[in-house]
Write a protein that binds this ligand. Structure first.
Ligand SMILES: Nc1ncnc2c1ncn2[C@@H]1O[C@H](COP(=O)(O)OP(=O)(O)O)[C@@H](O)[C@H]1O
Ligand SMILES: [Mg+2]
Length: 281
């Protein structure tokens, strides 16, 4: 795939201390210390100010067997601070490809993606890394934690990589407290339940205070009860931190939390409507 080549950021001292070889995970693009824009005030009403995310006429196609496979076609939407947006659609409709373009891990073929008003679609990787790291935290279906590190160390990684302004261990402990895992600091991923692993991954994604959290099927590997715990956590983070969320899912439970529903079908945005929690503060 003609995706941007994306490599892990330097992982800081804890990796050289703990991991005997390079991690094989597709490490999410979180981190960077100057993360200013975060989120200690309640969400502003939707529609005010610069959108956290703006997608304009986005198209993504790939050459396949002598033909051009159109994965996304003319997708348009804007998302403002504090929105909890679910991106629904059947498997293969283009959700993950759209998230890849939003987070700068993939390049649109046409159109633009603006993060906090900055067009990232034509940026070089060196420029993009800083913007992406300051602006977007990412959570994946398979958690993507580093198995040789403890929960606390997993959360510390992006803080070391981004030269966090304070103490990485204090910050990691604070974040793990935020996601209800103060009692699991020293556990490795294999010693945690799926729901706990996803909560560690959420803590890691929020480590550098990005205003936007993007999640791809975050409940896809979880039993229903653990999925609900993770969703309640994401909702509470929106309320407590003002985090804006964009969640790709084909799990109907996730849609029940949304302030706004986007629907993709066959690469096109077919619906953009208020979700059941529209109007919640
Ligand atoms: N690298 C690729 N090569 C060929 N086809 C791809 C590639 N990436 C995605 N696709 C196709 O694009 C479509 C959308 O995929 P994806 O974004 O993963 O959908 P979703 O996340 O909604 O399941 C699918 O038909 C998929 O097969
Ligand atoms: Mg997908």
């Amino acid at each position: 795939m003609a995706a941007r080549r994306w490599l892990p950021a330097p992982l800081g001292p804890i990796l050289s201390r703990r991991a005997s070889s390079s991690p094989k995970q597709n490490w999410p693009a979180v981190s960077v210390a100057e993360a200013g824009a975060a989120a200690s005030a309640p969400p502003a009403p939707s529609g005010s100010g610069t959108p956290v995310l703006e997608v304009r006429h986005l198209g993504r196609s790939l050459p396949l067997g002598g033909e051009l496979l159109e994965i996304l076609r003319d997708v348009n939407f804007s998302i403002h601070r504090g929105e909890f947006v679910t991106l629904a659609g059947p498997s293969g409709s283009g959700k993950s490809t759209l998230l890849g373009c939003i987070t700068g891990l993939d390049s649109p073929t046409t159109g633009q993606v603006l993060l906090n008003g900055t067009d990232i679609s034509s940026m070089r990787e060196s420029q993009l890394a800083g913007i992406r790291n300051r602006t977007v935290g990412m959570v994946f279906q398979a958690f993507n934690l580093i198995p040789t590190l403890t929960a606390q160390e997993n959360v510390e990684v992006p803080l070391y990589a981004g030269n966090w302004r304070g103490s990485p261990s204090d910050r990691a402990q604070e974040l793990l407290g935020l996601v209800g895992l103060s009692h699991r600091l020293e556990h490795r991923p294999s010693q945690l339940s799926g729901g706990e692993q996803q909560r560690v991954a959420i803590a890691r994604a929020l480590a550098t205070e990005p205003p936007l959290l993007v999640a791809d099927e975050p409940t896809g590997n979880l039993a229903a009860a653990q999925g609900k715990e993770v969703l309640d956590l994401l909702w509470s983070l929106r309320e407590r931190l003002g985090t804006t969320l964009v969640i790709a899912t084909h799990d109907r439970t996730v849609g029940g939390y949304a302030t706004r529903w986007l629907q993709l079908a066959d690469g096109e945005l077919t619906s953009d409507s208020p979700g059941p929690r529209a109007g919640s503060r």
